[in-house]
Design a protein around this ligand. Sequence first.
Ligand code: ANZ
Length: 822
Amino acid sequence: MSENTLGQKFNEIDIKWQNYWADKSLFRALDPKKAKSLGKEKFYCLDMFPYPSGTGLHVGHPLGYVASDILCRYKRMKGYNVLHPMGWDAFGLPAEQHAIDKGIHPSITTEKNIETYKRQLNSLGLSYDWSREINTTSPSYYKWTQWIFKKLYEKGLAYQAEISVNWCQVLGTVLANDEVIDGKSERGGHLVEKKPMRQWVLKITEYAERLLEGLDDLDWPESTKELQRNWIGKSVGAKIKFPFDGDSDQSLEVFTTRPDTIFGVTYMVVAPEHPSLEYFVSDAESEKVKAYQKQVSLRSEIQRSDATKEKTGVFTGGYVMHPLTKKKIPVWTADYVLMGYGTGAVMAVPAHDERDREFAEKFGIEIIDVISEEGTLVNSPDGFKELNGLKASAAVQDICDLLEGMQLGKRATTYRLRDWIFARQRYWGEPVPVIHILEGDDKGKIRVLDDDELPLELPEVDSYAPSGTGESPLSTVSEWVNVKDKKTGAMAKRETNTMPGSAGSSWYFLRYMDPGNTEEPWSKEAESYWGPVDFYLGGPEHAVGHLLYARFWQKVLFDLGLVSQQEPFQKLFHQGMILGEDGEKMSKSRGNVVNPDDVIAKYGADTFRVFEMFLGPLDKAKPWQTANIEGTFRFLSRVWRLFTNEDSSAASPFIAEIPESKWPKAIQVAYNKTIKQVTSDIETLSYNTAISSLMVLMNEAYSHFGDKKELPKSFVETYIKLLAPMAPHMTEELWSLLGNSESLCYEPWPSYDESKTQLDTVKLGVQVNGKVRGQIEFSRDANQDQVKEMALSCESVKKWTDQKEIVKFIYVKNKIVSVVVK
Ligand code: ANZ
């Protein structure tokens, strides 16, 4: 068959088997009872579910999906009860923006996009259990997202607060951080200001310590664990009070990790938003401070934390008193101190803190060294001289004791992690199931909806555009917003904020365990059987967002006795990105996007799958190489041709029953070695090396069984099985051509004979005085004398040893043969 017709043939085979799998629901996971009765262990393999965008998949998306699919197909053959689900994380801005522009309801756009995605995923032969498909925007799903919000609220983990948001007056809307670039809106380039607005917030900080500790036992990439650790940002130190100068009943509290440097404090800094700032500002400095505050309000926190920017700040005119020396210390305000961290105020030690040093040098503030090069205390003032010479770590303890005794300090731990702002002023999100009571005894209070009032569905709106007041478009739907409280009959207003994009994805892995349940979000039975996810695959860009939120919800649900596991994802893997052929990120604007549909149409899905896995190590970024697809296609075509007859209508007529013991020795070894290699490579997701060892074995097969020689049936069967997880369509077809009536998907995975994974002879170079002079081949069990005799009788070695004295002969079993002569 010509390459073209073979490509076509592969396409037909793809469709045939995709239909077969779907008709037989072959990838449906067994329910826990059934699986237990069959003694099958579970394997829960999860892909990060996609946002179904309007542009469909590009070749970068399937990389992870194919990779996890290979693992799932392998695990089924190993006898596991595999749960491999897929669904849609479908709330979000693009569909909403489309609705604003075109007036089409986001659910319609979403549905259409899902259809495209699903068709594309199926065309790759991915073995999903579609009976468990979920969609975060369907009321039957978000009913339970609302239910979990309710649990969080009841546990005191959801509260309302005035939080400063990015407000764009021109667009009349609140913007997410990534929609703001250099203080301007990404869309239109309009000015964005900070403005306080009422928001729902989840108290993730209450779980900071447990989120940190839990990381240690997870089988996750170290880099991702480190990102989460940094994000949580635990700091151990002390909170110290500096009494106000002139009013020692009041004090300015700072957080420091270095109480040992307290005698090096030469000024204080409060954040420009600090509530005590006003107290310090003298009349003389008032104008300057106000102007500075205004200037800072236009800068984002990220800009403020940029250590490379020149320090700015102003003196307030006020002072505090050093808690130990009682000296007066000037108070400054500067934007390198952030309000949201620690106490929003610092004791500045320019001798030992880089930021403070830069600031002090710029403004001519005194710098006092208090820690020596050896890390011991120096220059402690009168009354504290005995601290000199102490190691800084010991001094921390002494100074904390001292301050605690005076009630001017206490040991403290802070976390960089902030509470999670859980509200968006948008339409296309889960409504927050809360009403605000407007009259009667409960006036001003809120009520969370009862379970029987859920789901609270999104109403139809005339316009999806922002309301212009900063509130969500829901606020304009008065029939929906204005309600009577079911319990008291009091007038009430519905909450109009919707939940953020990451709400639905914070628990979807639980819903897959029991997606049809209408009574509960999941049954205990299903969760205790399937949890935790055994293998989770997705991009590293979710390291601190989704992956941290999901861990947080899981821990809350665990504390409520609703799940059996403390952690949701036991093992995590990040696939690397597939770059464009030019080595750049694929993007429409660069014009380097490859559409998988085109590749599949020409070569079939198996070539696409194998090619993507063969590009390189799964976790590395690598460029797409159209030219090399041909190579992969040729490899699969070779497999096909060896195992089938001339016109691809039947199995090769040369296939015969020949026991393994009758095969040539070399192929026995290559065969067992490959089974071993492919097995361990799949377990470690080293698919590129698994594929190359299958290529090597195919070459061996051609050299021993090609040219119309007899082909052992068990060799063919095993080869098909080893290739099956990667190239599932053609291997199913080959399997059926061999006369099998059942699918290959649940055939037992091949085993190998360890003793046959190596040839029983070894070939080694013979070194003479450190240089290789010849090569000998001998039995693996040969002893030193036998090897020596062989080495010394080798012609090319003799040239270098003749007439010389053999000083030493070294043989390291199966590794080194070395002769030393004089
Ligand atoms: C005195 C000192 C001396 C400090 C020294 C450091 C070194 P991490 O480790 O990141 O937690 N700090 C405290 N609150 C701050 C805020 N709201 N904005 C900016 N900086 C703040 O950093 C803790 C240190 O950062 C604290 O310890 C404080 O400076 C500063 F040689 O106090 B340190």
